[in-house]
Structure formats: structure tokens, C-alpha cells
Design a protein around this ligand. Structure first.
Ligand code: ADP
Length: 528
């Protein structure tokens, strides 16, 4: 293992693995506030037991059966953080079997009992938020502060569903015949396969596993091969919290093999996926033969619409947050900035000034706001989109090329005079490039915004209450921010329309994805 970045970070301290939560907090407070470089970070994480490299099957940490491993790299330096087990069909089948075996006992616990375990898991995630944040920065690259923010956000789903577990209500329906009574029960669907991406190594997992475990389901998680370490650390904390063997399994490695095993197994009753639209469509098709319930959270093409009557500062702050969070690598990132004629030039200038202040660098470096992109393929995609736009008449105001830091760092970029025939208007950029598109009327803005197969997030900036209602009602999107660029929260439903996906995550609606409705008719009720 080699980690050579000279970045300095404040680490939340090494915690020995102990079963009692109280003693864990004691150890935690004793060794807070140590400062160290990235190499020490990974060593500390290893000695704390949070740098796990094996898969979790049936409550046991195991290597891949053929001992194959894959490398997890730090995108900021290219150096290897760890070699993790590279699993495939056999390990996944065993994980499914252990989840299937664990289902009857986990689902039969009372909601209160499951809730207590989840609450304990939440407490442990929060107690370890610095370490988990460091893991996220190490394997994903986002700035440490943002990574720790992801831990708080990710953990909030576990807390929320610990509470919500107790509110899975059924119904009693007034009967159609006087000698009958009609009931509706909500019951856990069974074994869930959860496939997650690299851009939120923790939150995309907890958003699925929280409601799944709360409702009584058991889960096989397949994190991205690029960022499995955070998932494994979170699973270690789940074991410590009392999640029983088999209720939560983690396998990673050969994605198509793992995917096939999950999809073809009749024991897996639900697939939940966050990732690319292309892979989501494949999974949906492959779920058909066994008629699995499917939730998909796929790509977006978010418009951020700035009207002439917007407050300029609010529009800049909101668009900046919506565009440049995680260096533009989220599915709700503003992909197209639509600006009305009257404010276009003023916005372009002020927005570029704000973007210029963003600090690109290693996520462990104090003050960094923009980390590297996940890999070179991501940078090449951004480069090709910028080249395409420029060749069709767009003009670069700021950035437009790889950053002098090398690796996969890309300069925060603003491009004006972008039009709908350019690639960056049609597809997700997934990088720190803000294309400015000019529009004249509210109708034009709505037409351009909806002219996409995607329908995840949209943002509008206006001071008119009437306009905001008109526009958010007309937008074909699952989430809309009005004068706000950061809108995701565990208490609200997250999900897309059109080809951005199926189902919702977070909130009370997110629980329904893991529940089946059972109707019970009690007959012969007039008999004495
Ligand atoms: P991204 O472009 O964000 O990496 P992907 O859709 O490629 O999106 O990946 C999201 C998740 O889907 C990752 O965990 C990846 O390993 C997994 N994945 C990719 N291809 C397949 C597949 N054929 N079957 C199952 N999972 C897959």
C-alpha cells in the first residue's frame, strides 16, 4: 500500500474495534485531533479496523474464492490505497443464500427491535464520521469537508428509517359485504440486491439499506469497484451495531457477474440501483424473467433556469452549488444553465468570477473545494464535450482544459453561447463545466428544459411567486429547487421521471419501495 500525498488533515482519531458503543466513544475522545498525512490516514484506518478489504458474507469477512483482488486507487495521486477482494458469481450466490436465510428472523423482529439496531448503526456512523470522510476522500477524491458532509447526509437515512420503521401502517377498509372485514398489511418484500455508484460511496448505500433493513428486508450490497472501502467500513459498523449475520452482505468485483447472479436468482425479490442510464436499462430488462420489483435512480440533465427577475446573488450561489458540488459528478448537478436574455451578460460575468474562486486540489488539502475527477475516462469525456461545443460556436469564458496539477484534475469551466445541438446540452457532463444557454421567454425556458429524455432535478431562480409555481408545475422533473441549489435531504422524496428512473428514495415514500401490500378478506364474520 502506498499513499504519498503530502496533504495534512486533522484526523478524528483511531478507535479500536470494541463491541460496546460506550467504550468506543471513550476511545474516540482520547485520540482525537491528531494531524497526519494521507499515508498515515490509511494506516490509522487500517489499525482501527475500518480499512476492510474482504467481502462480507453471512456475517464473516472473506476473500474472493479464487483469491483475486482489485486495486482501489486514490484519484488525486493515482496511488493504490488497498487491494480488495474481487468477487463474482459464487460469492454472490452465497451472499444471496445467507440473506435468504436471515430474512425470516430479521423480518419477524418487532419494528422497535429493528429500529434500535439501526439507531445504534447511525450513532456509530456519526461517531466515526471523520474516518469515514477520510475513506471517501481517499478513494473518491472529494474534499474532506464535503466527504464528512456526505457521512452526515448518508447517516441521516439510517436515523430517519430507524424512526420510520415504527410507522409502517396498514389499513382497515370498510367492507363491500356486511359479513366481511377487509385488511391491508404491508410486509417486507424479501431479499434485496442493491447496486451503487462511486460518486457517493456512503450515502447511495444508506439510502437503500436504511429503508430495506427498517422494513424487515435483508440485503446484498454491491458497491462500485472504484469505491468499495467506505461501503466495507460502514458494513463493519453495522455488524458492531448488531445487524445480524446475513441481514447485510457486501460483495464487489466483477460487476456483470454479480449483477447476473442477483438478477437471475428467484430468491432476490427486489433490485435497487443508482448509476448510469445504460446499465439501469440492462438491469431492468434482466429483472423481467423473475419479475422483480425494481427501483432505478439514473442519469439526469438538470437545467438551472435563471430568469431576469432573479436575485443575482441567490442565482449565482445556487447554481454554483448545484453545478460544482463533487466537481460536477452528481446526477442532480446542474448540467445546463439557462439564462434569460436580460440578465445573461451580467450573470455570465458574475458567475465566472465566483467560479474562478474555486480551489482545485487534493481533497485532503485545507481549502480545496474541487477534487479530481474519478478517472481519466471521465476527463476524456469532459474534454470531448468541450471540444464539441467550441467547434459548434460556444465560447470558453473560464477554464476549458485539464488543470496544471495533472492527474484527473480539470479546471472549473464556464462556457457561453451553448446551444441545444451540442453534446453538453444533451448528455450528462459529469464534470466541472457550466454551459450557459440563452433564452428569451418563460415558454422557451420550459421547452428547452423539458427537451431531454432525463427528468431528475431542475432548479429555477426567480423572485416571482406566480412564475415559480407556473414553471415548477410545467417542469417534467422529479425534484425542483426554487431559489435553492442543494435540495437533497433524507426527509424528502428523491427520484426521477422519464428515463431518469423509477421509484423514490428517502422520506416516507422511500419505504414503500421495500414493502409488498397484502390484502386480507375475513369472511363469514356474522357467525356467532
Ligand atoms: P457510473 O458511470 O456512475 O460508474 P455505472 O452504471 O457504470 O455508472 O455503475 C454503477 C454501478 O453499477 C457500479 O456499482 C457498477 O459496478 C455497476 N455495474 C456496472 N455494470 C453492471 C452490470 N452489467 N451489472 C451489474 N452492475 C453493474
Amino acid at each position: 500500500m502506498v499513499i504519498g500525498a503530502a496533504a495534512r488533515v486533522a484526523i478524528g482519531g483511531c478507535r479500536k474495534l470494541v463491541s460496546s458503543h460506550t467504550s468506543l466513544l471513550l476511545v474516540s475522545s482520547q485520540c482525537r485531533q491528531m494531524s497526519m498525512d494521507a499515508q498515515s490516514v490509511s494506516e490509522k484506518l487500517r489499525s482501527c479496523g475500518l480499512l476492510r478489504t474482504q467481502g462480507l458474507i453471512g456475517g464473516k469477512w472473506i476473500d474472493s474464492y479464487d483469491k483475486k483482488t482489485i486495486k482501489v486507487n486514490n484519484p488525486a495521486t493515482g496511488e493504490t490505497v488497498a487491494d480488495v477482494a474481487c468477487m463474482g458469481t459464487n460469492e454472490t450466490n452465497d451472499a444471496i443464500a445467507s440473506s435468504y436465510e436471515a430474512f425470516p428472523s430479521w423480518s419477524k423482529l418487532t419494528a422497535g427491535e429493528r429500529s434500535k439496531v439501526l439507531r445504534k448503526w447511525y450513532d456509530l456512523l456519526i461517531a466515526h464520521k471523520e474516518e469515514l470522510g477520510q475513506l471517501i476522500t481517499l478513494e473518491q477524491g472529494k474534499p474532506l469537508k464535503e466527504a464528512i458532509g456526505e457521512v452526515a447526509y448518508g447517516a441521516s437515512f439510517i436515523e430517519y428509517y430507524a424512526e420510520e420503521a415504527k410507522r409502517i401502517y396498514g389499513d382497515i377498509i370498510p367492507p363491500n359485504l356486511s359479513d366481511r372485514r377487509l385488511l391491508v398489511l404491508k410486509q417486507p418484500i424479501g431479499v434485496v440486491g442493491a447496486i451503487t455508484p462511486w460518486n457517493f460511496p456512503l450515502a447511495m448505500i444508506t439510502r437503500k439499506v436504511g429503508p430495506a433493513l427498517a422494513s424487515g428486508c435483508t440485503v446484498v450490497v454491491k458497491p462500485s469497484e472504484l469505491t468499495p472501502l467506505t461501503a466495507l467500513a460502514a458494513a463493519e459498523l453495522a455488524l458492531q451495531a448488531g445487524v445480524p449475520p446475513g441481514a447485510l452482505n457486501v460483495v464487489m468485483g466483477n460487476a456483470p457477474e454479480i449483477g447476473d447472479a442477483l438478477l437471475t436468482s428467484p430468491q432476490v425479490r427486489k433490485i435497487t440501483f443508482t448509476g448510469s442510464t445504460a446499465v439501469g436499462k440492462k438491469l431492468m430488462a434482466a429483472a423481467a424473467p423473475t419479475v422483480k420489483k425494481v427501483s432505478l435512480e439514473l442519469g439526469g440533465n438538470a437545467p438551472s433556469i435563471v430568469f431576469d427577475d432573479a436575485d443575482l446573488d441567490v442565482a449565482i450561489k445556487g447554481t454554483l452549488a448545484a453545478k460544482f458540488r463533487n466537481s460536477g459528478q452528481t446526477c442532480v448537478c446542474a448540467n445546463r444553465v439557462l439564462v434569460q436574455d436580460g440578465i445573461y451578460d451580467k450573470f455570465a460575468e458574475a458567475f465566472s468570477e465566483a467560479v474562478q474562486k474555486l480551489e482545485v486540489g487534493d481533497g485532503f488539502k485545507e481549502g480545496t473545494t474541487q477534487g479530481p475527477l474519478i478517472n481519466d475516462a471521465a476527463v476524456q469525456k469532459v474534454e470531448s464535450f468541450v471540444e464539441d461545443a467550441v467547434s459548434k460556436g460556444a465560447k470558453i469564458i473560464l477554464g476549458g482544459k485539464r488543470h496544471s496539477l495533472g492527474m484527473t484534475f480539470y479546471e472549473p469551466t464556464v462556457i457561453r453561447d451553448v446551444s441545444s445541438n451540442m453534446l453538453m446540452s444533451k448528455e450528462e457532463i459529469f464534470g466541472p463545466v457550466a454551459p450557459l444557454i440563452r433564452f428569451k421567454t418563460e415558454e422557451d425556458a420550459i421547452r428547452i428544459a423539458n427537451d431531454t429524455i432525463a427528468g431528475l432535478a431542475a432548479y429555477i431562480f426567480t423572485n416571482s411567486v406566480q412564475r415559480s409555481w407556473r414553471v415548477f408545475e410545467a417542469l417534467e422533473y422529479g425534484l425542483v429547487g426554487v431559489n435553492e441549489g442543494l435540495i437533497s435531504t433524507e426527509v424528502a422524496p428523491f427520484g426521477g421521471v422519464k428515463q431518469s428512473g423509477l421509484g423514490r428514495e428517502g422520506s416516507k415514500y422511500g419505504m414503500d419501495e421495500y414493502l409488498e401490500i397484502k390484502y386480507v378478506c375475513l369472511g363469514d364474520m356474522n357467525r356467532h
